[in-house]
Ligand binder design. Sequence first.
Ligand SMILES: Cc1ncc(COP(=O)(O)O)c(C=O)c1O
Length: 369
Amino acid sequence: MGLSPRALPDFPWDSLAPYRARAAAHPDGLVDLSVGTPVDPTPTVIREALAAASDAHGYPTTHGTADLREAVAGWFARRRGAPGVDPMAVLPTVGSKELVATLPAYLGLGEGDVVVHPRAAYPTYDVGARLAGATPLATDDVDDWRGNPAVRLVWVNSPSNPTGAVAPAEHLAEVVAAAREIGALVASDECYAELAWTDVPVPSILDPRVCGGSHDGVLAVYSMSKQSNLAGYRAAFVAGDPAVVAGLLEVRKHAGLIVPAPVQAAMAVALRDDAHVAEQKERYRARRAMLLPAVEAAGFRVERSEAGLYLWATRDEDCWDTLSYLADRGILAAPGAFYGEAARRHVRIALTASDAGVSSASSRLAKRE
Ligand SMILES: Cc1ncc(COP(=O)(O)O)c(C=O)c1O
């Protein structure tokens, strides 16, 4: 027929199968620390909101209810140091992965356009650029693209998946200034913002210290999957540049990309309830406090990991060798190679396992051969 989807890299997680099988053969079973999927229950307050909104006979609004968009604006002001978010410039998305993968195409990017993303990065930034036919550029150095008019979109991700690095406001402000000079959009993926492990603040792209109080040319992308154990609801949103959000809303209305009404209602309730986020953060803090010393005692060096759900660790060897070492202890981690060439000598160890799983992994790592 001559029709084929755009060429994409092999789906990386499939290559983990042999390591998973090896780890599963451990007499005490597999501890899967490879993916960042939440394992704790969705908080009751959110489930009740979902249930209360379950009569959803009519089509939901693509733009999101006014109540949800006001909850998002209030949350940015209260939790992210970003007052002045216009509820009109807020748009719910079906989780944030679909937005990350489609944003370049929906912005009309294509051949000859460049999409910048971090060197060690969540792979979907690269995938989204390729789906649009644009060219991805992996760099953390603004000087690699400063003044280049081919650059149309710049992704930043702080706290970072996979490294857990937090970008200071000054760095983000430099990115915004350089992007504005060439008329590029900065999209900031911030889904680990509530999970900071140091006192260092985690500024949003919509923080006035970063964007200068204007949302022109900037977009914050946020997922509720991690902070509220909502990965199964597909609950996320974007906010920022009013013209860009209006354009995305038009495309998404045509394409039928709508967050289900009960999920919109649940999101609004979740965004107004800080208590469940604090409770969940304490669970991860305890798991991190158990796992981090065990990983270090096993001879790993843990770098960055200032925030987020992962330990970014290296034994100064190829990541696949480290994966074998861990698999022999019944532990599955994610190889740095999934996140770019720059990350080949690291592994990403997730905190998203039950207390029992994290405790078991920690004692296996502590055991001397
Ligand atoms: C950096 C980053 N962005 C986006 C996502 C996607 O989140 P979701 O699609 O669950 O909203 C993830 C999930 O792991 C992530 O790590």
